[in-house]
Structure formats: C-alpha cells, structure tokens
Write a protein that binds this ligand. Structure first.
Ligand code: ADP
Ligand code: MG
Length: 698
C-alpha cells in the first residue's frame, strides 16, 4: 500500500500538475484566473486541453466529460472519447481547447423550469477554470457551469460563483476602508461541510421497495432499542464500517478531497465524515463527489449508504453542517477576533454584517434548505427547527449588548478589554460554550449552518448566505464611504445592527418548544415548516431585489427555480405515495390477512377443545381484521388524493396538495401499518424490521 502523501490528489489536475505540465505563462494566467476570478485568455485553452489530455491518458483515461450540477441536485456527465480518425484507418487521441471550454450535453431532460422551452432549445456547459479537473472511472472530468443559450443559469454552480464574486466586491470595499493600502486582492468564502449518513446492510435494503425508490422507510414500527442509551456516538467502529471508511478515505484522497474525520453519529447505523475546509466552489464539488463515492464504496462492502435526511422515523435525521467563513487572499480569516482594537472593529463589522444578513434574509436561508426530505428532519428529534436564529455565545453577545448600550463592556474574568481610540474592545474568545441546537452557530472563527439536509448540494445555501452578507456589506460600505467621521459611523453601524437585529440572536436551546413560541410570537421570526410554505416567499420583492441587484440570479432564473423546487417537491411526494400504496396492496395487506386467518383458525380449533380457550387468538385476529379494513380505506384515500393532485396544473397548488398528502394521509396510513406490524408475527411480515436495519451491520 503506497503511502497517502504519494497518492493524495493523484487523480486531480491540480496546481502541482499544472505547474509541471503547462508552459510557464499559461500556468501563471490560469492560476490568476483561479485565484482572482480574472477572465482566462481563450487562446490558452488549447494548451491547457492538450496538457490535460496527455496527463489523463497516462492515467489510463479514454474518455472525457463535462461534469456539471444541474437543478436535479445530483451531478451529471456525458462521456465522449478522445478518439479521432487519423485518416489511415488508425486513430489519434485528441482533446481541443474548444472541447474543453464548451460542451453541449443533450440536456433536454434536465429541469429548467420552463427556461429552455421558452427561450431556446438547448443548454451548453462551460468550463469552470476555477475548479480542478479530475479523473473518475477512467474519465477526465471537467467541472463546468450549465447555461441556456440565452445565458440563464441552469445549474447550481453558476449562481454560487456569482455570489462569491458579489461578496468579494463588497468585502473588498470594507477592507479598503480599514486600510486603503491593503495587499488583499480577493476575499473568498470557505466551507467545511460535515456530512452525515446511514449505512445499512445491502441484503436488507434490497427487500424494501421504500428504501429503493424513495431513500427512506415509509413504514416501520419502533425498534425495542433506539438511541436512548447514547452508546453509538463516537463509539467504536464495527469492522464492516471501519473497512468502508478506510476504503472511502482512500478514494477521496486520490481525488484530492481532504477527508479528515470519520466517526459514528448519535443514531445507530449513523455516521459522519468531515473534510478540511476549502474555498466554497471546490468544497461544493468535493461534497458532491463525496456523496457519490460514499454510495459507490458502500456497495463494495455489501452496504448501502443512505443520504436521505430522515431515513427512519423516530430516529435522528441526517444533516450537513455547513461551516462557513470569510478569508482574504493573504490567508487571514475575517471572522477571527483580532489582537488590536482596529482588527476587532473590522471583525465586529463583518460579524454585524452576518447578523444583519441572517435576520433580513432568514426566509432565504430556510428556503435554501427546503426539500421534501429535509421537511421530515427539521424540527424533529435532534435537528434544528425551521426557525432561523444565531448563536453567538454569552461573551460575544454581552460585548455587542454593551456596545449597543454605549457602555464599555464590564470585563468578566475570561474577557480582556482593551479600549482603543475607537472604543472597541479586544478580546480572546472562549469557545467552550458550544451550542449544538442552534441552526446558525458562531464557533469561534466561523459560522456553522446546520439546517442543510444531508442529500442537498451545498451550493444553494451558500449562494443565499454569500449574497445576503454581500448586501449587508454593501449597505455598510455605502455609509462608511460617505461618512465624514469613519470611526463614528463604524460605531453607529454596529450599534444600529445590534439594536435592529437583536431578535435573531438566541443562545438558548433551539430544540425547546417554548423557543419556537417565543421566536414566532414575541420576536416575529419566521417559522416556515414546509417546502411549499418556504418557497412561497422565494419570489418576495425583497428577495428578487437582493439576487438581481448583486447579479446572482436574474428574475427569470428565480422564477424557473421556484417552479422546479415546487415540482420536485410534488414529484417526490407522488413517488413516495405510489410506493406506499403499492407496498400496502401487494405486501402489507396480504401479510395482515394471512396472520389474521391463521389466528382465526387457531382460535376456532382451540375453542373446539374448550370454550375457555382461543379467545385471545380470536381477539388479535379481530384487531388485525379491523386494521385491515382501516388500511384498505386509507390507502384508497391516498390513491384518490394522488390522482386529484396530479390533475392540478399549477405547481404551487400541486405542492400544497402534496404537503397535505404527506403530513396527513401518508402519516395516518403509516401509523395504521406500523400498528399492524407490531401485532403481526415476524414470519408474516414482508420487510426487514427497524431493528434489523439499524443494528444489522457487522
Ligand atoms: P466540530 O464542529 O465537529 O467540533 P471542527 O470545529 O473542527 O469540528 O470543524 C468542523 C468543520 O469545520 C470541518 O470541516 C473544518 O474543516 C471546518 N472549519 C474549520 N475552520 C473553518 C473555517 N475557518 N472556515 C470554514 N470551515 C472551517
Ligand atoms: Mg460541527
């Protein structure tokens, strides 16, 4: 086994490969494009393409693909081979700059929310030179953006890159105000997404159509043992899981993905992988690849990796903790409290920008995590609620409060105050008080957004977050640039932010029912519990203004995304409902009937021995028969509701109907079936139980 430092990144056309294989000028231009977002000279594309091809062929590749992230949420690729006829019956391996820069996937089946149909027939992919090309399945993968010929983004990556540009523009204005001679050339956002997932035995998975078709269990009575003993979290790894994780790490390392921490999570069969953070564009690519590799590698170990947000009812769901920070081209983290008052003033201003952004665009943050799957997770066991709030910790909150009240902060033991000319304190942060129940927690030098669902692309939440923060910084920069007294205005902006946005700061237990009441009734925070409800605010005027004014989305793009989100939601529910109805009819009802019949026969036989006997068996048969009737009726209701939903032609109306189907009819049908499962002897029940699924991995 070669050592990790030798094979790390071996499948990536990364900086060191570029340096070694590209002419020096080409390398420099490409590097500048990557670091500073400058436009790449198109003349260089041929040179880069050729170097990429030679490298890929040496690594055994025969094909290349434009790899992109359409709105379906999973990645897409279309493979072309490098071969080209040489004229003498032989072939040569070719890859031109043109093929690198632009591709035309046959993309009519990707969701476009009417964009392509209305404006033009086809979309194209365009090389994203800010991301590294890599090799997967002996294919050279070129990260690309996916757009319509009218220039509308049809993917998740394009708006993300635009949002990073918007944030850079505004953050640079602020940095120049603090230091007109700053050497910083660009501000980047960094993300480290912690990925949660479940592993279940493949042979059991294969016996459940709900898992196969929907990624989650639609039925299943509670197991006798759940996670109440807390014995799984950080527990020792089972050998099968250990082997899976080692194998996964190796695959990810070859792809240059900094998989760092692998451990068990709170629920049985639940695990987590955390990479080391990197720039958001790359982190997004890496997270998509990580999810793909998890599923692939699991199969090799006779396991299936479930990325659904709520595969098991009553058991912890899976999320993705989006750890987010702002950093400069000099390597400084703008969310780190500094050592000097001036550094701290700058830190506090960036902190205030985040506070303002999260309060003003709490709906957009929530929307960016809305999906049929995540609806089941948010607000349920051990997951953040649908209410967005910020945890800052007691110290930082006290400092902001003191500033707001025009008082100097009364130093407690842990907090050292150093009052500078501008009256802002310097303080070392104490990170020991970590709150794990907050949807948006400050953790010392970064924010951790925990609402994101485990199967979602992190592009959406970061697009929303980056743009909202860019807007807050724009407002600050406008005021500061126009101010006669910079320090006065700085203090004013910080105070004003604390005063106006204090309601979003909550350091208590986010899982507490009382908090939801307080948040909604006293603080007026929004509680968008479902995807249709959340998306009904996506096109609010303030949100359209935000995205369009920073050039992140056009209004047309927003409308198309709105349609797609609601359509996806309704489709997901329809698939779940149809799967449920089929399972009920084909497997559950026959099982209940068989068990009831045997019990009835047993009861009769026993009664013929003695009138004292057989009554319990008879009672159970009657209860099962009653359930049989209720289940039949409910599943009829479900089928009718799905038919009625499908007949609606408005996306919002369909989504609302789907919402009712999932929260009411499907939930009731499930309860009935789970009761039947609990009463039916195991030999009749057609599916592996929760206990088997959750504790079956060896
Ligand atoms: P935990 O939250 O489990 O205590 P850490 O705080 O070490 O773990 O980090 C969690 C994730 O946050 C990791 O992916 C890590 O790389 C990432 N992270 C750490 N620092 C930053 C930062 N400045 N910006 C973005 N992500 C970061
Ligand atoms: Mg964490």
């Amino acid at each position: 086994m070669p050592n990790v430092s030798e094979y790390f990144g071996s499948l990536v056309f990364n900086d060191s490969v570029m340096k070694a294989r590209l002419p020096r000028d080409t390398y420099r231009s490409l590097k500048k494009t990557m670091d500073e977002g400058t436009l790449l000279d198109p003349a260089l594309a041929d040179v880069v393409a050729n170097a990429m091809k030679d490298w890929a062929i040496e690594k055994g590749c025969t094909h290349f693909t434009h790899w992109f992230q359409p709105l379906s949420g999973v990645t897409a690729e279309k493979h072309d081979s490098f071969i080209s006829p040489a004229g003498d019956g032989k072939i040569i391996m070719e890859f031109s700059g043109k093929e690198l820069v632009q591709g035309e996937p046959d993309a009519s089946s990707f969701p476009s929310g009417g964009l392509r149909a209305t404006f033009e027939a086809r979309g194209y992919t365009a090389w994203d030179p800010t991301a590294y090309a890599f090799i997967k399945d002996r294919t050279l993968c070129i990260p690309t953006a996916f757009c319509s010929y009218g220039g509308h983004a049809l993917d998740k990556k394009t708006p993300l890159l635009r949002s990073m540009d918007a944030l850079n523009t505004q953050a640079m204005r602020i940095l120049r105000l603090f230091d007109p001679r700053t050497h910083v050339t660009r501000v980047h956002t960094f993300v480290g997404p912690e990925q949660e997932y479940f592993l279940v035995p493949k042979k059991l998975y294969d016996q459940r159509r709900d898992l196969i078709f929907t990624g989650r269990t639609l039925f299943g009575a509670r197991p006798p043992k759940g996670q109440e003993l807390d014995d799984h979290y950080f527990g020792t790894l089972k050998p099968q899981v250990d082997a899976f994780m080692k194998d996964l790490d190796e695959e990810l390392w070859k792809l240059g993905i900094l998989a760092k921490t692998e451990h068990n999570e709170a629920a049985p069969a639940q695990h987590e992988l955390a990479p080391i953070y990197c720039r958001t564009g790359m982190a997004t690519d890496h997270n998509q690849l990580t999810m793909e590799m998890m599923q692939k590698v699991a199969k090799r170990h006779d396991l299936v990796c479930l990325l659904h947000e709520k595969p098991f009812q009553g058991v912890n769901g899976s999320g993705k903790h989006n750890n987010w920070s702002l950093g400069t081209s000099d390597g400084a983290n703008l969310l780190t409290p500094g050592d000097t008052p001036a550094e701290n003033a700058q830190f506090l201003l960036f902190l205030c920008a985040v506070i303002k952004a999260v309060d003003e665009y709490q709906d957009l943050l929530r929307i960016s995590t809305a999906s049929a799957g995540n609806d089941h997770r948010l607000g349920a066991a051990e997951a953040p609620p649908a209410v967005v709030s910020i945890f800052l910790g007691d110290e930082l909150t006290a400092i902001l409060d003191a500033l707001e009240a025009h008082k100097t902060y009364d130093p407690k033991e842990k907090v050292r105050l150093k009052l500078g000319v501008d009256a802002l304190p310097s303080f070392p942060m104490d990170n020991t008080d970590r709150n794990r129940t907050s949807p948006f927690a400050f953790t010392g030098n970064k924010f951790e957004f925990r609402m994101v669902g485990s199967s979602q692309s992190i592009a959406d939440c970061n697009t929303a977050l980056n743009t909202a923060v860019a807007e807050a910084l724009r407002v600050f920069a406008d005021r500061l640039e126009a101010a006669e007294d910079f320090t006065y205005m700085l203090n004013h902006l910080i105070r004003k932010t604390v005063r106006e946005h204090r309601r979003i700061i909550f350091n208590g237990n986010g899982y507490d029912e009382a908090w939801i009441r307080e948040a909604v009734e006293e603080r007026g925070l929004s509680n968008l519990v479902s995807t249709p409800e959340a998306f009904s605010h996506f096109l609010d005027e303030k949100n359209i203004r935000l995205f369009t004014s920073h050039g992140v989305f056009t209004e047309v793009e927003m409308r198309s995304r709105y349609e797609i989100a609601l359509e996806n939601y309704a489709k997901t529910v329809r698939i779940e409902a149809n799967t449920m109805a089929a399972m009920v009819k084909k497997e559950i009802l026959p099982a209940v009937a068989a068990c009831a019949k045997d019990l009835a026969e047993t009861s009769l036989a026993l009664r013929s021995l003695s009138p004292d006997c057989g009554s319990a068996e008879g009672e159970l048969a009657k209860r099962l028969s009653g359930l049989y009737r209720s289940i039949t009726e409910k599943s009829g209701e479900l089928e009718n509701a799905v038919a009625a939903m499908s007949a609606l032609d408005d996306a919002k109306a369909q989504a609302d109907a789907a919402r009712f189907i999932t929260t009411d009819i499907m939930a009731e049908l499930r309860t009935l079936c789970d009761s039947a499962e609990a009463l039916t002897a195991e030999k009749y029940w057609p599916y592996p139980t929760y206990a088997a699924l959750l504790f079956g991995v060896e």
